[in-house]
Design a protein around this ligand. Structure first.
Ligand SMILES: [Zn+2]
Length: 258
């Protein structure tokens, strides 16, 4: 907590570099889509918000104002004078702040608001498809550990801090890119026909699932993590990792096959 304060000063400069390109480009793409996304934007939306895999592009437009509003709040929040990012380095597993985030392995966290803590008293509150309010008044800095000091986590945590998103489910993004690379390697060595069944099975796990099968809490182990991700339905519109996934893929990060 001592060395952290000087690092936090540094961080306000670092994050200012992360923010302008990605956090301006993604909303600009949404705004210029005219309500019917296509091309790379449509691919990014369908990757980050799996419910859109079953929605025709002309009908996705009705959901875009909410996505644009979350991103607007994040941009405004990160730009504001009081925005503070604390780089906490490698915290111990016994660190109270990290432990309060629910998992000693987390890459970052924002302290919950009183409203969040109240909501958590109902163990089924995340099973509901009613989306949380966007102004829950979370306060304090965005805390990032060393492995969280990348754009993905800055965006993820900033959506908690400034737009009241929840962790319905972490993305399977890294896992799916690794799967894609392994599958491409196999196809190269054995031929496409030899891996066709595996390929179909892999892609068959990447389809939108019935939102009623979402478990009600963030799953960390596979296959639950991936199953839950595809079963979020509308909840994805207030899911922190969906926004990180969207901003990254809309601005040029590779998109898993799907
Ligand atoms: Zn989170």
């Amino acid at each position: 907590m001592r060395a952290q304060e000087t690092r936090a000063d540094q961080a306000t400069h670092d994050q200012a570099r992360v923010r302008p390109q990605k956090m301006s480009a993604a909303p600009a793409m949404l705004n210029s889509s005219g309500g019917t996304p296509s091309g790379a934007l449509l691919q990014a939306l369908r990757s980050a918000f799996p419910l859109f895999r079953t929605v025709p592009p002309q009908q996705i437009g009705q959901f875009l104002p909410r996505i644009a509003e979350v991103l607007r709040r994040v941009r405004t929040g990160l730009d504001s004078q009081g925005a503070q990012i604390a780089l906490v380095g490698q915290t111990s597993a016994f660190d109270l702040g990290a432990r309060g985030a629910g998992d000693a392995g987390v890459a970052g966290w924002v302290d919950p608001s009183a409203q969040d803590l109240m909501a958590r008293l109902n163990p089924n509150h995340m099973k509901s498809e009613d989306l949380p309010s966007m102004d829950p008044g979370r306060g304090g800095p965005i805390n990032l550990r060393e492995d969280g000091e990348v754009a993905w986590y800055v965006i993820h945590e900033a959506t908690h801090r400034f737009a009241g998103t929840l962790d319905y489910q972490y993305s399977s993004y890294d896992h799916e890119l690794q799967e894609d690379a392994a599958q491409a390697g196999l196809a190269g060595a054995l031929g496409q026909a030899a891996v066709a069944d595996q390929d179909a099975e892999m892609l068959g796990r990447r389809v939108a699932r019935d939102p009623a099968t979402y478990t009600g809490q963030n799953g960390t182990a596979r296959p639950l993590r991936q199953e839950n991700w595809y079963a979020m339905g509308r909840r994805a519109l207030m899911n922190a990792d969906s926004y990180a996934h969207f901003v990254m893929t809309a601005t040029g990060s590779p998109i898993p096959r799907g």
